[in-house]
Each structure stands twice: as structure tokens, then as C-alpha cells.
Design a protein around this ligand. Structure first.
Ligand SMILES: [Zn+2]
Length: 214
């Protein structure tokens, strides 16, 4: 059941996850190191004679490292999930299917981040701890001001700050995106300032400047 404080999360490139309360979780850099090591080990396997004992030994090393990477990743995902559950009674996350991340040069980052797996862990963690969890379809989290709901347009990846020309709200862009994830919920409860202007009606995303109700 929905209860307690609602927090929104957004996953991204420059931070692993951003939370609507302003917290930012860094990318787990250790993976990079371990993955580089994995590549080296795999190369050493390919250089060994097939069927040889040396090859078997090298293969075992690869397998061990695979396990270690999976463990480190799972540990990080659980740590983060528990952290999030400490903060809120309800967690809203942007559904990854709608992220533009999986395309183009960002594809590799998407895989590295393991966000799909993270959401599975988060969902499990929420169930264990009685926290309400919901994936939200919000396609334009980085293009809307969480404060006044004005569409602020696409941001370049290098633009790290959300600064609204309309209302002046300024915050980290990923935090802003995490706050946008919460808008449908806040609007449905009539607790969002800008939604109350529209007579308590839930405002579906995206909201444009031309929207007469604003
Ligand atoms: Zn604004």
C-alpha cells in the first residue's frame, strides 16, 4: 500500500542514480577496473593451447572473476536499495524502456550500469521491507521543470544543471529528472503546487507551455 514519503529516482550516465531528495549515487567505478582485468584474462585464455592444463587454469580464473564482478555489482545494488528504502515509504522509478540511453554510444554505459538488474533488486528489496514500488512511464524527465511543469526542452549531456527560465528553479539535472518522476503521483494527490492551479486535476505528462490549464 502507498504510504510514507514518496521519493523518485532517475538513473543516468553521470550518476548511477539520482534521488528526488537531492542525493546522488556515483557510478560504481570498481566495475571498470574488474572488467578491464576480465578482458586481459580472456585474452590470455585464447592464447593457450586448446585442451591444455594451462588453458583450464586460465578459464577457471575467468570464471572466478565473473563471479566476483557479479557479487560486487549485487552488493552495490542491495546497498543502494536499502538506502532508498530507508528514505521513503514509496519509491517511484522511471521505467528504463523509455530512456534514450539504450541507443547509440550510450548503449555500452547502459550495459555497464546494469540498471535492469538494479531495478529487479530494488523491487525485491521494497517487497521485503514493505515499501511501495512503482515504475513510472515518464518519457521526458530531463525536459520538464519539476517545479512549474514547464517544458524546458532537451538538454545536452554536458548541461549538468537544470535551471528553469520560467520559474527560476535550479538544481542538478539528474535530481530534477528524479523529481519529475514524482509529478504524476503528486498531481494525483493534489500535493503539487502547479497541479493545484489546475483545480486538482491530475496532469498527464508531458505538459507544454501552451497547456491552457497552466
Ligand atoms: Zn520551472
Amino acid at each position: 500500500m502507498p504510504h510514507g514519503e514518496a521519493i523518485g529516482i532517475d538513473v543516468g550516465i553521470s550518476h548511477f542514480a539520482a534521488v528526488s531528495n537531492g542525493k546522488l549515487f556515483p557510478n560504481p567505478r570498481p566495475f571498470r577496473k574488474l572488467e578491464r582485468k576480465l578482458k586481459l584474462l580472456q585474452r590470455s585464455v585464447s592464447r593457450k593451447v586448446k585442451g591444455s592444463n594451462n588453458r583450464k587454469k586460465a578459464l577457471l580464473k575467468v570464471q572466478k572473476l565473473h563471479e566476483r564482478i557479479a557479487n560486487v555489482r549485487a552488493y552495490y545494488h542491495w546497498l543502494l536499495s536499502h538506502n532508498l528504502c530507508d528514505w521513503g515509504g514509496m519509491i517511484f522509478a522511471e521505467d528504463l524502456n523509455f530512456k534514450e540511453l539504450a541507443r547509440g554510444f550510450l548503449g555500452k554505459h547502459t550495459l555497464d550500469g546494469g540498471w535492469g538488474q538494479f531495478f529487479q533488486v530494488l523491487e525485491q528489496c521494497c517487497r521485503k521491507r514493505g515499501v511501495f514500488f512503482l515504475k513510472v512511464d515518464s518519457k521526458k524527465t530531463s525536459q520538464i521543470c519539476p517545479e512549474c511543469l514547464t517544458e524546458t526542452g532537451k538538454k545536452e549531456l554536458s548541461e549538468r544543471i537544470h535551471s528553469c527560465e520560467h520559474c527560476g528553479y535550479t538544481t542538478d539535472r539528474d535530481v530534477a529528472a528524479a523529481q519529475v518522476v514524482l509529478i504524476p503521483w503528486a498531481c494525483s494527490r493534489g500535493t503539487h503546487g502547479s497541479c493545484m492551479l489546475s483545480e486538482g486535476k491530475a496532469v498527464a505528462l508531458p505538459v507544454t507551455k501552451e497547456s491552457p490549464s497552466l
